[in-house]
Design a protein around this ligand. Structure first.
Ligand code: IPM
Ligand code: MG
Length: 358
């Protein structure tokens, strides 16, 4: 088969880590008999520099003509929140999620066996293992609600961000969570703030109705503040965690940190049609950009998710994951995951080691 992949290399370390992922994808192609065609898509701060806006016209259309999208990272201090919206990389990120209908964001957070000692939690907690899948709603809620900023008579300026959710939006993300739980350990934890928010009460009622359709899946409601606490107290209790956009943004950073290796975690964003978008959880790390220091593993594992979910090629995905695990088990470390005194290798060499393992 031939697959067409859109590459958003982006800013900071983005181009370096995408390069390594592309070499891995090509190696998998040689080994398993697939070919890949790449389409470069300009988006992010680099697009602002080149054409004056972070999300150039036609970006979504170009991506829609591909089978999947691989994104490195966008953003950087050069295009900060003081800049107009159309110049900010974050604007592009939200726009592409909306335009491609990527309402389901999957962020797996697992402790990789070779790196168990990197977990910042107590030893007995880490030993229980962590293997959870955060399912974050990605195209609704406060991220996309009406915003306003206006002058009041005697309280200075005032600003509002509206958080709205429809049953349709809740149901489709909830269904994803139950379906993924069936492929895993059959447990869904739905996170909300139903003791305060109306959107959360609708969320909870809607997910409860769905839960009745999945009697084989264990279900629980967890309040968001309690969830934040449970993630550091006993993350091993979670299998699939489903939540709305902003809670998911915050909790997924926490979950990734708990595994001790944010440089290793991939993500996938999908909707009901093609293409889905794959990207590492971490950001563009401008401080180490262009220095061959970045860890390419999260991007390489994002490519593995692409094989699994967009191309339905599980053996290829397994092979990439096994090659990464072997590199780590053999002791290869980039700076972000090295312990004091351990030998450190660069972005390119890490890519090469993983390629050799394939
Ligand atoms: C993420 C990021 C984005 C988000 C930002 C950069 C807009 O934090 O993907 O988690 O909040 O969704
Ligand atoms: Mg975030």
């Amino acid at each position: 088969m031939n697959y067409k992949i859109a590459l958003i290399r982006g800013d900071g370390i983005g181009p370096e880590i995408v390069n390594e992922a592309v070499k891995i994808i090509d190696r998998v192609g040689e080994k398993f008999g697939h070919t890949f065609e790449y389409v470069d898509v300009l988006m992010g701060g680099c697009a602002t520099d080149a054409v004056g806006k972070s999300y150039p016209d036609g970006t979504a259309e170009t991506c829609k003509a591909c089978d999947a999208v691989l994104l490195g990272a966008v953003g950087g201090p050069k295009w900060g929140s003081d800049k107009p919206a159309e110049q900010r990389p974050e604007t592009a990120l939200l726009a592409i999620r909306k335009d491609l209908g990527l309402y389901a964001n999957l962020r797996p957070a697992a402790l990789r066996p070779a790196l168990a000692e990197a977990c910042p939690l107590k030893k007995e907690t880490a030993e229980k293992g962590i293997d959870l899948l955060m399912v974050r709603e990605l195209t609704g809620g406060i991220y996309f609600g009406k915003r306003d900023k206006y002058q009041t008579a005697n309280r200075g300026m005032e600003a509002t961000d509206l958080m709205a959710y429809s049953e349709m939006e809740i149901e489709r993300i909830g269904r994803r969570a139950f379906e993924f739980a069936r492929l895993r350990r059959h447990k869904v934890s739905s996170v909300d703030k139903a003791n305060v928010l109306e959107t959360s009460r609708l969320w909870r009622a809607t997910v409860h109705r769905l839960a009745a359709e999945y009697p084989d899946v264990q279900y629980e409601d967890v309040l968001v503040d309690n969830c934040a606490m449970q993630l550091v107290r006993d993350p091993g209790q979670f299998d699939v965690v489903v939540t709305e956009n902003m809670f998911g943004d915050i909790l997924s950073d926490e979950a990734s940190m708990v595994t001790g290796s944010i440089g290793l975690l991939p993500s996938a964003s999908m909707g009901d049609g093609a293409p889905a978008l794959y990207e590492p959880i971490h950001g563009s790390a401008p401080d180490i950009a262009g220095q061959d220091k970045a860890n390419p593993i999260a991007t390489i594992l994002s490519a593995a998710m692409m094989f699994r979910y967009s191309f339905h090629l599980a053996a290829e995905a397994d092979a990439i994951e096994a090659a990464v695990d072997k590199a780590l088990a053999d002791g290869w470390r980039t700076a972000d995951i090295a312990k004091p005194g351990e030998t450190v290798i660069g972005t390119k060499q890490m890519g090469e080691v993983i390629r050799d393992n394939l």
